[in-house]
Design a protein around this ligand. Sequence first.
Ligand SMILES: Cc1ncc(COP(=O)(O)O)c(C=O)c1O
Length: 437
Amino acid sequence: MSTNDSLQTRDALAVVHGLTNLSAHAQRGASVMQSGKGVWVQDIHGRDYIEAMSGLWCIALGYGNERLADVAHRQMMELAYYPLTNHKSHPRVIELAEKLLSMAPVPMSRIWFASTGSEAIDCAARLSWYFWNALGQPEKKKFISHQLAYHGNTIASASLSGVSYAHEKFNLPLPGFLHVSTPHFSRHAHPGETEDNYSDRLIADIEKLIHKEGAHTIAAFFVEPVMAAGGIVIPPARYYEQLQILLKKHDILLVCDEVVTAFGRTGKMFGSTTMQLQPDLLVCAKALSSAYIPISALMICSRVYEAIERQSGELGLFGLTMTYSGHPVASAVALETLKIYDELHIVDHVQQVGPSLVSGLMNLRSHSLVKEVRGIGLLAGVELAPNYGAKCARIAEEEGLIVRAIGDTIAFCPPMIISELEVRELLKRFTNALNRL
Ligand SMILES: Cc1ncc(COP(=O)(O)O)c(C=O)c1O
């Protein structure tokens, strides 16, 4: 047995994998990746792949970025760790918070830091409760989100997620987490319904739910501007406009989960701008550090922050704390990442190459197995005929292309630094995979 083969076996005997059939894994073993450069990764057998999913929607600057490695090294040597508790701080977290506030898609007041998207979503839920308690409305406790939404996998964020795999046998969702219909026109519209009529119907259903539960019991509505792990779902133009009117009318907070969409992915710096959302709370992660180190951020508007500040003054303490909140090394890497996005004019770049990816995939609509192609910026999904998704992803991997099958939708979310030439190579490999299906 070669060292490389034994790595596959050792993995199966030692590591637990998420979103994986664990029984099948014990038989099949892992695809073990060894190194990466730009949009490319190489496995332990020396085979090259285009990482068309940025890992898990995250390695936005691609692999092997020396500046990010250098800045982490420098920060580790200067001040490897410092907490933010008991009035303590450090320069990098201050600079990062200021930078994020200057970039925010709507005016925001403060930034809370955590390590993962799930944690920051969890904090958004907890801050919503804290906020309504501060306003003397403790009954405002329930949350609404979409079926098929993915908001993470801690207990609260998994409850917000609308996917059965995060709930089944895990005793979730918790009570008070409500899910409404996925805003996916082509899949769920009634025959003859226009996009506007469809949107009106969904909004009317949400209003019925709000009346049934009582607006005085609902704390916040969580949305992903574009639903990523739900299969690249781009809600109809009118949907969010009407939803926001409804939420304002019933005084329900809007939380935008921009864990995937922030920092250029949809062709604007924030998905909230692309989809014209005005959140009270906004969560970002993943591309915040281009996945070089875990860090997430929760942006808090002034109405919410002022209430939080006042209440913590009355209580004598703001009781939320996490050891790695605003970690100096993660903050330094995130700051450098944002600087690189500025220097690369990343939004302009996505606006340039995104259409090549999306239109290239659109050209495949004539293929007999392709049902629908959806895309925005550098985020796209190709929906295949039923039961072809997993097989297609497997064949694509044999063709040297890593994609993700979400049911029968093949998701694409390549590193945002992908070049036109690499987009063409990606399309070629995917077309080969489709033709082999
Ligand atoms: C939209 C969205 N929100 C939240 C999360 C959870 O982030 P994390 O896996 O960093 O906890 C994810 C992860 O994929 C996500 O796609």
